[in-house]
Write a protein that binds this ligand. Sequence first.
Ligand SMILES: [Zn+2]
Length: 243
Amino acid sequence: MNEKIDLLKSILKNSRYTVAICGAGLMEEGGFLAVKHQDRAYDIEQRYGYGPEELFTSACYNTRPELFFQFYKKEMLENPPKITASGTAMAAMEKAGLLHCIITSNIYDFPRRSGCSHVINLHGVVYENRCPRCHKDYSLDYVMNSPHIVPLCETCKVPVRPLVSLFGEMVDSQKMTETTVEIAKADTLLLLGTRLDSEVYTPYLRYFNGRSLVIIHSEPHYLDHRADLAIIDHPMDVLPHLV
Ligand SMILES: [Zn+2]
């Protein structure tokens, strides 16, 4: 283990541009299982009569907003993942010049809330909510504490839309482009809490043309051997050793 950490330290030291990609494993180490995770999806389907891939969609938001917000508030907002040492370690790495960009699909804005500055929130963040009609912005607090299940715009009385990517929706094209550009620029790419066959990131990984691909994930995977270095551990137990 120590040998791998030393190797990673030397990779980072010699890397001209390092990009980190944050996957669901970073939420899991904060005590949150993604709603699509099989251990949760079944339970959700039992309770709501629909699976997460039907509930967390624009079709559900548009046609059954009560069901959408009941699910979203209870399952995604009520017990959000806790911030872990991974976030603070990434912020320290960024300050030390060892990390240049952090890309995350987790919608809780951890890297930025932990002090990172160059962050791409690929799927948006729960803190940003907007009226689809008049485009007025609303806080997370407004969504959580609205008197009715469905948070309505004060002026238009239509459901406020969380600015996060729902399942099956196209990702914001500007964010897709930024992500591609950063990955193409990287000399070292760190896959944190995710793997090479990640549904979200695989399409971007083919733009990586750098020297070192490093995976830090608690669950081993058969594709790990394609990385230059794979550390089978929680990122929060590895990253703090790098600064
Ligand atoms: Zn409005």
